[in-house]
Design a protein around this ligand. Structure first.
Ligand SMILES: C[S@@+](CC[C@H](N)C(=O)[O-])C[C@H]1O[C@@H](n2cnc3c(N)ncnc32)[C@H](O)[C@@H]1O
Length: 371
């Protein structure tokens, strides 16, 4: 806990939760995002506003849907590679950004505790889910102390919990894909400023694949993703005491944008919407058929993912890259990866590790890198 954090719960059961002071309060940030985002053409809002208590529960339901393959794949990958991740990083602190329920993370937590005590520092904007996850993890794993932080990763990430040089920072669930290139750039700049030499980064990112499969994952037959998307309207209505806003007036749309290599979620007005935000002295109109962009989920290719160290600005200081999960690489992708690893002076042994990875037909991928 630093001088800028506010304690929410500090008890003696090995878990605590604090709220990090930010440049603006959540209410001020929402007001700023709404003023700016609704004035855009097309209107758009950042994904963080999905995750009130109801939105977090709906997201959790999404992760169990038959169409939503990313969580199952990431779980498989983590199970297959958890021991390697522990050995490669030697971390004594696991920091998780945008941690949500931290359900998959427990695979890593189990592997770390088999080795020794661990500090687990999850971070999320959603206080209810974070508190629940922190309490459950502390109760389940006697070797883990949990320091949870309610914080926005669009703010400064420093100071990171734990001992500099012995930390693993995990960013799972494809959340990196929710940031546009400019947002990724800012995020990696903050991350680089917060990380120390010897810290490791583990990113869960999804790769491009058949658009029909992608669209199905974001437009499930049970309508859970539609409810998740429409809940954004309820958050605006409730938090800003808005008039003329009703989730039922919006239709969920999921679309593949090939040019930007991303799934986009939109809310289309089913009727003329005329909303008033008295607390902001703002009015907003969306004609029937017009749309608001509510989420992007970028799907990467290997060269795109290998831009990550470059985006982090650590290409010179990079001492190793280990692909912790990748189906057997073929053709062009394998060539590109080998070339990248050669540039990074990877040892033969590390190169060989690549080929021991289990086969994932979706070629979902995680990269771990050390700065
Ligand atoms: C796609 S979910 C992933 C959750 C979890 N990591 C997983 O792998 O299932 C994104 C998570 O990031 C959190 N989140 C979204 N925007 C955030 C922000 N700006 N700062 C911190 N957390 C954020 C959400 O509350 C949510 O828990």
């Amino acid at each position: 806990m630093t001088a800028t954090d506010t304690a929410l719960v500090l008890d003696e059961t090995r878990w605590s939760i604090v709220e990090r002071r930010a440049s603006m309060t959540a209410a001020e940030r929402l007001a700023a995002d709404v003023r700016y985002g609704l004035a855009q053409q097309p209107p758009t809002l950042p994904a963080r506003w999905f995750y009130d208590e109801k939105g977090s529960v709906l997201f959790d339901e999404i992760t169990r849907l038959p169409e939503y393959y990313p969580t199952r794949r990431e779980t498989e990958i983590l199970k297959a590679r958890a021991a390697d991740i522990v050995a490669t990083t030697g971390a004594t602190t696991l920091i998780e950004l945008g941690s949500g329920t931290s359900e998959k993370t427990r695979i890593l937590l189990r592997a770390f505790t088999a080795r020794g005590p661990l500090l687990f520092a999850p971070m999320d904007v959603s206080v209810e889910v974070l508190a629940d996850a922190a309490g459950t993890v502390a109760a389940t794993y006697p070797g883990i102390t949990v320091q949870a932080t309610v914080a926005d990763f669009d703010e400064s990430l420093a100071p990171l919990a734990g001992d500099p040089g012995a930390r693993l920072i995990a960013f799972l669930g494809g959340t990196i894909g929710n940031l546009d290139p400019e947002g990724r750039d800012e995020f990696f700049t903050k991350l680089r400023d917060a990380m120390a030499p010897g810290d490791h980064l583990l990113i869960g990112a999804d790769l491009r694949k058949d658009p029909a499969r992608l669209v199905a994952a974001y437009d499930d037959s049970a309508g859970v993703t539609a409810a998740f998307n429409r809940n954004l309207i309820e958050v605006l209505r409730r938090e800003l005491q808005a008039e003329g806003l009703d989730p039922a007036d919006f239709v969920h749309v999921a679309r593949w944008n090939a040019e930007a290599s991303r799934i986009e979620m939109w809310l289309r007005a089913a009727t003329d919407v005329h909303a008033r935000f008295p607390t902001l002295d703002l009015e907003w109109e969306l004609a029937a058929g017009e749309e608001m962009l509510t989420e992007i989920s970028t799907k990467f290719d290997l060269p795109g993912l290998h831009q990550v160290p470059v985006e982090l600005g650590v290409e010179d200081g990079l001492v190793g890259v280990v692909e912790v999960a990748q189906g057997p690489l073929a053709g062009e992708a394998a060539g590109e990866l080998r070339q990248l690893l050669r540039q990074l002076n990877m040892s033969r042994q590390q190169l060989a590790q690549l080929h021991k990875c289990p086969n994932h037909k979706d070629a979902d991928l995680h990269s771990s890198l050390t700065i």
